[in-house]
Design a protein. Structure first.
Length: 85
């Protein structure tokens, strides 16, 4: 079954939440290819859901407060509908 865009975004935000993640880590954790990951990362950066930082000379991505709030709200909504089908 194919994931929705919201599910992909949630997977990326989960991958970047906490200590952050490199693009390679995001690709593996969110099960994406590099081209698709780049498109999503660019969009999430533009919308303020993630931010770039540098750690040990590598670019990492971190979920912002806005991204963390999105994940919390999504979790609440999925809990409301858990067991529906």
């Amino acid at each position: 079954m194919r994931r929705s865009r919201v599910e992909v975004v949630a997977d990326i935000l989960r991958a970047t939440n906490g200590v952050g993640a490199t693009k390679t880590q995001i690709v593996y954790r969110a099960n994406l290819n590099f081209k698709l990951a780049s498109r999503y990362l660019r969009h999430l950066l533009e919308k303020g859901y993630i931010e770039e930082a540098e750690r040990d000379g590598k670019k990492i991505y971190l979920a912002t407060q806005k991204g963390q709030a999105f994940l919390r709200r999504l979790f609440e909504l999925t809990q409301d509908f858990d067991g529906l089908i």
